[in-house]
Ligand binder design. Structure first.
Ligand SMILES: C[S@@+](CC[C@H](N)C(=O)[O-])C[C@H]1O[C@@H](n2cnc3c(N)ncnc32)[C@H](O)[C@@H]1O
Length: 380
C-alpha cells in the first residue's frame, strides 16, 4: 500500500506524491545528509527553509531501488539506515511548522535522530528514532489472528504459544547478545525467536521428547548472529541454573519468559514433577513458587520477567489462575509493570464444538474463554 503525503495548505505550498511502501529502509550517506540538515539550519526564512526541505525530499524521492530491494542514496562511505516513512514524516513536520523557530527545532531533532543513538539499559530501541518502531506493541490489548509460522515455527506442539509473544518481549526487554531463560521451553518457541533476534537463550523442559524436538527445530533455524540456544532436560523447580550458565561463562540472565501449563487443562506427561499434574490449584501455585524462586535467583536486578497464562473452569467455577500466579510472583521480589490481555486462538476441537460451548455457556451462566494474560514484572 502506498502512502500519500500532502504538504501543506497552511504553508502556502502544496505537494502531493506517492511514496513507495512504508518502512522501506533508505541507506543514506551520513556526511551528505548531515551537511544538508546543517544547510537547513542556516536558512533565514520559513519560505526558504521549506523550499530546501522540498528539494531534499525530491532528492530522496529520486533514489533508485537496488536489486536487494533497498533504496540507497550513495552508500559509499559512512552510511545510516533509516526508514523512508520516518524521514518523510520528519521532513513534513519541518515543512508544516508555523514559525522558523519551530521548524529549526524539528531540524535539530532530525539531526539527533540521524546522528545519535539513544537506547535505554534494557533494549536496543533507538529512542531518538522511536517513531520507526511500528512493529513494537505498546497497548495492553493484543488481538493477533495469525500465528507467525515462518521458518521452523510450528503450531504442531499442543500448548505452544504464538512466536509473536517472545518476539515482542525480547525486543522490548533485551539487547542483542543478552541472555533469556525459559523454564518451560516446550518445543522451543522462545529460543527459536531469541536465536533469530540475536539473543542467547537457555530453556528447560521436563520431557526429553519435547526437549529433543526443540533442539531439532533450533538446529534448523538459521543462526546469523552466532548466538547460543541450549535446551536442558530437567525440572525447573530445582535445576541448577548456575551450572547451566557456567558452561557459557555466564552467571545471570536478563529476561525470564515463563509459559507454564495452565494447571491441568493440558496434561503434558505423567511425571509427578510436571506442573500439569499438580493435585490441586494450591499445589500448582506451590510448584510455580519454586520455579520462580529458582529462576529469579539468576535474573539481574531491574530486569524483566514475563508470565503467559490463562484461567480455567472447574465445577462451574472460574478459577483465576492468572491472578493467583501473578500473586505468587509479586511475593518474590517483583513489581508488576503490565497486564496484557491477548485473544485466544480457537483450537480445532473448540471450533468444531462452537455451538455446544455456546449452549453450555447460556445454560451454565458463564462466558467462554477467549483471552489469556501476559503479565510483565520487573525484579526489584
Ligand atoms: C505451556 S507449555 C510451554 C510451551 C512453550 N512456550 C512453546 O511455545 O513451546 C508448558 C511446558 O512445560 C513443561 N513442564 C511442565 N512442568 C515442568 C517442570 N517442572 N519443569 C520443566 N518443564 C515443565 C511441559 O512439559 C510443557 O512442555
Amino acid at each position: 500500500m502506498a502512502t500519500k503525503i500532502n504538504v501543506s495548505k497552511g504553508a502556502g505550498l502544496f505537494r502531493s506524491w506517492d511514496l513507495r511502501p512504508v518502512n522501506r529502509p533508505l541507506i543514506i550517506n551520513k556526511t551528505k545528509i548531515m551537511a544538508l540538515t546543517e544547510e537547513l539550519k542556516r536558512e533565514d526564512s520559513l519560505a526558504s527553509l521549506r523550499n530546501a526541505v522540498f528539494r531534499l525530499e525530491r532528492n530522496l524521492q529520486s533514489v533508485k531501488e537496488d536489486k536487494a530491494g533497498v533504496l540507497n542514496i550513495d552508500s559509499n562511505g559512512d552510511t545510516i539506515t533509516i526508514s523512508q516513512k520516518f524521514i518523510f514524516e520528519e521532513l513534513n513536520q519541518i515543512a508544516e511548522s508555523k514559525t522558523l523557530e519551530r521548524a529549526k527545532y524539528y531540524v535539530e531533532r532530525l539531526e539527533k535522530a540521524l546522528g545519535e543513538v539513544r537506547t535505554s539499559r534494557i533494549n536496543d530501541i533507538n529512542l531518538n528514532r522511536w517513531k520507526e518502531y511500528d512493529d513494537i506493541r505498546t497497548d495492553s490489548l493484543w488481538i493477533i489472528d495469525k500465528r507467525d509460522n515462518t521458518g521452523v515455527h510450528t503450531a504442531g506442539y499442543w500448548g505452544n504459544f504464538i512466536p509473536q509473544i517472545p518476539n515482542q518481549m525480547l525486543k522490548r526487554y533485551t539487547k542483542k547478545g543478552e541472555w533469556v531463560l525459559d523454564p518451560f521451553v516446550g518445543c522451543g518457541t522462545t529460543l527459536i525467536e531469541s536465536q533469530r533476534l540475536g539473543r542467547n537463550g537457555i530453556g528447560v523442559e521436563l520431557q526429553e521428547s519435547s526437549a529433543q524436538k526443540a533442539r531439532e527445530l533450533i538446529a534448523y533455524e538459521p543462526n546469523k548472529y552466532g548466538v547460543i540456544a541450549e535446551v536442558v532436560t530437567g525440572d525447573s523447580q530445582g535445576i541448577d541454573y548456575r551450572a547451566a550458565l557456567k558452561k557459557h561463562n555466564q552467571t545471570s540472565v536478563q529476561l525470564l519468559i515463563m509459559h507454564p501449563p495452565y494447571f491441568d487443562i493440558i496434561k503434558f506427561s505423567n511425571d509427578r514433577r510436571d506442573l500439569s499434574n499438580a493435585s490441586s490449584v494450591d499445589e500448582f501455585l506451590e510448584m510455580m513458587s519454586r520455579v520462580v524462586d529458582n529462576a529469579s535467583a539468576i535474573l539481574d536486578k531491574g530486569r524483566y520477567c514475563v508470565l503467559v497464562i490463562g484461567d480455567k473452569y472447574s465445577r462451574g467455577e472460574w478459577i483465576p489462575l492468572g491472578f493467583l500466579t501473578m500473586d505468587v510472583i509479586l511475593q518474590q521480589g517483583f513489581i508488576l509493570k503490565s497486564i496484557i490481555v491477548k485473544n485466544f486462538e480457537e483450537t480445532t476441537g473448540k471450533r468444531n464444538q462452537k455451538e455446544l460451548w455456546r449452549y453450555r455457556a447460556l445454560v451454565g451462566g458463564f462466558y467462554i474463554f477467549k483471552h489469556e494474560y501476559i503479565f510483565v514484572f520487573k525484579k526489584k
